[in-house]
Design a protein around this ligand. Structure first.
Ligand code: 6NA
Length: 578
């Protein structure tokens, strides 16, 4: 007999998004299950366990904002969090809120199909189970599907070969010759962390990067006490900013100040640390104006020249294109190249031709002999995790077909027409920010949509929260009692009391016009950005064969939150409810 289970909602993925979504839907008193391929919660931080993994967001903002007691009491020690600490934090949240009992691990989503007659999703899994939820929330991860370049001879290597997102936890690097391919956010962290451990480190640089110091340092009791007092303002500021990194974005033009003043501003940002800060707190036009971008780039290039002793290595490390990729920060990346045991190979000058049993062969015929090859080559970002499984909406229309035709689109980053009652966390064309605040925003929005579908109208869930705490999440907008929604069907309006469920909940689906309009908005917002003129994963140009596309909303979190507020307060504009 097939193992089938009806559910109110199925959440896929146990990272920052899935954990909170599960909690919110349980608080709505729904019958919810969460599945994840991994053996425990953590999402990105479960998989990316390579040495040096760290969040580039300062500790105080790389966490949930909604659990005030935990926010003030959960311990952390430095201004930045290492990967294992984030994993521990997420697992702590799962334990604290008794969420693990609703999670099923080692369970992969293998396909999902909308059954119109049943008004349910039919979801297949690697365990042979079939779930039939009314709502499907996909928290599959933005940077999740690994990108492993197809280099000839990959399987012939007799040493250890791995991608950083599947780092073997028992891998010993001491005394080994290690090659790292790639030097984006991951490569920079990995190289900096292992340079002093290994016998020889060969960095195969694909694209030189602009990286600034992170400014990571220990914190003391005073710092934490001060922070705890200011948390309400801190979150308010973050959610009302563009990038949610805890600083106010500058609108000052780069050339509105003297050369000396500009240098002083960059130097101060360099000393403070933080990649996003350096790019967006200093001046307002670095990502849009070529000359401004070059002034910023030249400051970093000068730092590289001053840091790296060997002129030839310094030359190779200095980027010459725009500073318009994911802003990086590090704890001494360029310094590592002064070590005798660290070498740099510029793959633009001498590309890899193949991997041999002994190492990596270059176009000049050299073979670099290695014991370990680490691929820090990133991900098929944003839509990559959605197109690898078949997700079939109304009329046999698959997400892959849809996105093959029009590119990775959505309405508001969460919903796609013909996929009723399916909601994505961090789907294509969501905000480009420090992610936890965007994730929270989307989870709360999705929760609101689901509560509307359940009750046929808006409900207040703040009084219905379990575990006896006040949930500050969905009560950001106060709703009128009347049902202002385009609810054309007959079911009675819910009374908002916890536990009362209508016989037939309604369906919520984005309209095609709304999706087109949002896609157009995202297109326009990024049109003037130098990020769009620069090859990287942000616009889908890091994976061979992938069509470059707009994949983010560049309007900032504050504006995004305004748009979502208008949707929920304005009769679910852009959605059909039926
Ligand atoms: C996740 C990352 O690159 C995305 C950050 C900005 C959207 O770490």
């Amino acid at each position: 007999m097939p193992d089938q289970q009806d559910l109110d909602a199925l959440v896929v993925g146990a990272g920052f998004g899935g954990i909170y979504q599960l909690k919110q839907l349980l608080d709505l008193n729904l019958d919810v299950k969460l599945i994840d391929i991994a053996e425990d919660a953590g999402g990105t931080w479960h998989w990316n366990r390579y040495p040096g993994a760290m969040s580039d967001t300062e500790s105080y903002l790389y966490r949930y904002s909604w659990d005030d007691d935990d926010l003030k009491s959960y311990p952390w020690h430095r201004t930045y969090l290492q990967g294992p600490e984030i994993l521990e934090y997420l697992q702590h949240v799962v334990t604290r809120w008794n969420l693990r009992q609703h999670m099923q691990f080692k369970t992969e989503l293998t396909g999902a199909r909308w059954d119109d007659a049943a008004g349910r999703w039919i979801v297949g899994t690697s365990t042979g189970q079939t779930f039939r939820p009314k709502y499907l929330v996909t928290a599959l991860g933005l940077l999740s599907r690994q990108n492993l370049p197809k280099i000839p001879g990959l399987d012939t290597f007799k040493g250890e070969l791995c991608h950083t997102a599947r780092w073997p936890q028992d891998l010993k690097l001491e005394g080994k010759r290690v090659g790292v391919i790639g030097n984006g956010s991951t490569g920079v962290q990995l190289i900096t962390a292992i340079a002093k451990q290994v016998k020889q480190l060969v960095c195969f640089q694909r694209t030189p990067q602009y990286s600034v110091p992170s400014g990571d340092k220990e914190i003391d009791k005073e710092y934490r006490k001060d922070l705890n007092e200011k948390y309400p303002e801190i979150w308010k500021q973050a959610k009302e900013s563009a990038f949610a990194f805890g600083f106010e974005e500058s609108s000052r033009p780069t050339f509105s100040v003297s050369d000396e003043e500009r240098d002083r501003i960059f130097e101060e940002a360099w000393q403070t640390g933080g990649g996003f800060r350096f790019m967006f707190e200093t001046f307002g036009d670095i990502s849009t104006d070529e000359a401004a971008n070059d002034a910023c780039a030249e400051f970093i290039r000068r730092k590289i020249r001053e840091t790296v002793k060997d002129p030839e290595t310094a030359r190779k490390l200095q980027p010459t294109d725009y500073h318009a990729r994911r802003p990086l920060c590090d704890s001494g990346y360029y310094q590592q190249f002064n070590r005798d045991n660290v070498d740099l190979i510029d793959l633009k000058e001498t590309p890899i031709t193949e991997i041999t049993p002994d190492g990596i062969k270059l176009s000049n015929g050299d073979v670099v002999e290695l014991d370990v090859i680490a691929f820090a080559t990133g991900f098929d970002a944003v839509d990559g995790n959605y197109t690898r499984v078949l997700i079939e909406g109304r009329d046999g229309h698959t997400l892959k077909d849809h996105w093959d035709e029009v590119g990775p689109t959505s309405y508001l980053g969460v919903s796609v027409p013909k996929f009723p009652n399916m909601f994505m966390i961090l789907g294509p064309n969501g905000p480009f920010t420090n992610l936890p605040p965007t994730i929270e925003t989307q989870v709360e929005f999705i929760t609101e949509l689901i509560s509307i579908a359940e009750k046929g109208g808006p409900v207040r869930i703040d009084g219905a929260v379990t575990n006896g705490h006040t949930n500050g999440s969905t009560n950001g907008h106060a709703h009128a009692e009347s049902n202002g929604y385009t609810d054309g069907d007959t079911h009675a309006e819910g009374n908002g009391t916890n536990g009362v469920k209508p016989a037939s909940p309604s369906l919520i689906e984005a309209s095609s016009e709304a999706e087109e309009e949002w896609t157009d908005t995202c297109d326009k917002l990024s049109a003037g950005s130098l990020f769009r003129k620069t090859d990287s994963w942000i616009f889908g140009s890091n994976v061979p064969g992938k069509k470059p596309a707009v994949m983010f909303y560049f309007g900032g979190l504050a504006n995004y939150r305004k748009v979502l507020g208008e949707v929920t307060e304005g009769g679910l504009k852009g959605f059909r409810q039926f």
